[in-house]
Design a protein. Sequence first.
Length: 469
Amino acid sequence: MYRLRPVANGTRTDYPVPGLPFINDERLPLSNPDAIERTGRNQGKGLWGRTDPTAAGGWVAFTTEPKNPAYAWAVHHHPDYGRTVLLIRDGDQGDLHHYWKYDHDGFLHRSGGYWWNGKRWYRPSQVWDSAFEHYDLRPVDEPTTVTAADLLSSSGKPENGRVEKIASFTGAGNPLPGWEDHLALWAQLRASQPGARPLEDCVVDLRTPELERAKLIGRTGLAEAAGISVEDLPDPRYGRGDLPVPQHENAEDGMWWSVPVAQDWAEHYRRKNGPEALLSASTVYGSTQPVGLVADHDRLRRMFHDDLTSRRQKGKKPLRPYMEGESAQEAADALAWGAAASFMYGHDQGFVPHGILRDVLVAAILRSLMEDVEDGVGYGKKVEDLFLGDLPLSTVKLLSWYIQRQPGSTAGIFGEVCLSARTRLGLRPLQVGRLLRRSLRFDSSLDVEMIDALLAMTLPPSAKDPNRQ
C-alpha cells in the first residue's frame, strides 16, 4: 500500500497535489534524468541521487536538494502522460523510487492511496493475489477525475498565490488555505513554458461517492468490517503500518476510511488472522490452540490416564496402578501436553517436520493436477476448459490434517498451488479453487460451513468463485 506523503509540488509538475505548496524547481534539469541524479549523487555527505528507466518507456529521477538536504526532488516522466515533480522527505527517496520504477499502483496517488495509472482510478492495493503474485486490482466506482481546468474555471486568483523557495522551506503541517489561488499562479507560470500540458489534461484529484466525508467510517466501523472489537485493532501509535492509510485524518477528527477501503483491509486481515481463529479450540488449561493440537492432546491425555490408572501385573502378582485420583489426571494432562506440543513445536518444527510435510503436500496436489491435464490434453481438450477430477482421498486427508495443526499456512499452501498450477500447467486459478472446495467437502473431516469460511479467507482472489462472493 502506498503510504508516502509528499510535502510540496514543483512548479513544473503536470499533476499538482491538492493542498501542498509550490516550490520553485527551475534549477532542476527536467529534460535530463542523468543530470538530476548528478545533482545529489556523490556531491557530499548525506546527499544522494538516482535515475532509472521505467517499463512504460519513461524514467524516474531523484536527488537530495543540496540547499536543503532534509528534502529531495522526485521526478516521474511518462512518455504519454507527462511529468510529476514532487518534493519529498529525503528519507522517502527509496520507497518512492521502488513504487515508481516498478510501476506499483500507478504514478499518481490521492486520498490515502487511491491511484491513477493514466486511464482509470483504483482503490489502495491491500489484497494480495498469490496466484498472479500481485495485488488484486479494485477499480473505483463512479470516479470523476478532477483537472486543473475544472478547479480554475470557477475560482483561483493568481495574485494571491505564492511560490516558495527551497532554501528556506520548512514544510507545511496542514493543507494550504485558499489553495486554488496557488494553483492559479502555477497555471499562470506554466503558460510561458513551451510544450506545457493543457490544464484539462493535468489531473489534480479524484471525486467519487465513496470518498464523501459523510460516508467515511472511523475505528469502530473499521473493526466492524473485520468482525473484531475496537480494542483488537492495531494501535496507531505503535502499529500504524498495520492499518490502512486513512482517507481523512487530522488531530481533531482522528482517522477515517472509505467503506470499500475498510472492506479490503478486513479481507486482508481475515486472510492473515482468520484461519488460526477459525481452526482453534480451547485446551483443558483454558488456552486457545490449533484445533488439531487440541485433538491430539485430548487423545493422548486419555491414553496416558488409562496407562497411569490401570491395574498392573508383574508375573502373577497384581500391582497397584502408578497413580490414582485427581493427581493421575493432572499428570496425564501434563505428559500429554508435552507429547502433543512436541509434534508441532521445537527444533526443526518438532518431531513432525511440518515444513517438509508441507512441500510434500503441495507436490502431491500438483501431481494430481498434472495427471488431469495430461489426460485432458490427450483427449484434445483445452486446459482452461478442463473439469478437474477430485484429489486423491489420501491427499485430502493429509491436507485436512495439516491445516488443522498449521492453520496459518493455509493461504500460503493454496496460493502456491494456484500459482504453480497456472504457470506450470496452464490452469486458471478458478479451476483450482473449485477443485479444492469440492475435494475438501467430499473427503475432509471439516464441516461444509467451516470449509466455505476457510476458503473465503484463504483462496487467492482470482481463485474465488464470483457466484459465492
